[in-house]
Write a new protein. Structure first.
Length: 141
């Protein structure tokens, strides 16, 4: 199973924020408020905007996959967690606000390694809930 990591509204919100910051930076630069291109002040603003754009790109293109080998998510850095190594899982979400606050699955291995996987589709969230139940039941044995 594979689905988007973030909701359409969240992606639009991220687009509006990054686009607004880029527009604002362009206005400040055209008004001369940031100094010349040679000054270091402009470089810091451009670097900050570049980081925002990289994160925006990751949000828009990120997908989460759950298969027989494990959990995978394309993100700023790709994440992978093998199902055989999982010891604990917790689904973190604010019901009714899934469109705004991205639901996430926190998982931890027997060795203490942890990762967070985001999901926007109801089918993936149902699979996350099933996985959390199975992990909890396995610990109870």
């Amino acid at each position: 199973m594979e689905g988007p990591a973030f909701s359409r509204f969240f992606k639009l919100l991220a687009t509006a924020i990054v686009g607004g910051c880029a527009f604002w930076l362009a206005q400040l630069w055209s008004a001369g408020a940031l100094g010349s291109a040679r000054s270091s002040g402009l470089g810091w603003f451009v670097a900050g905007l570049a980081l925002m754009m990289w994160t925006w790109f990751a949000i828009v293109t990120s997908r989460t996959r759950l298969d027989d080998k494990g959990l995978h998510q394309r993100w700023i850095w790709d994440k992978h967690m093998a199902l055989d190594d999982l010891a604990y899982g917790k689904l973190i979400r604010v019901r009714g606000l899934d469109w705004l606050i991205a639901p996430r699955l926190y998982v931890r291995t027997l060795m203490g390694k942890f990762a967070v996987f985001y999901a926007a589709s109801p089918q993936m969230l149902a699979e996350f809930e099933r996985l959390v139940r199975e992990l909890r039941d396995a610990r109870a044995l």
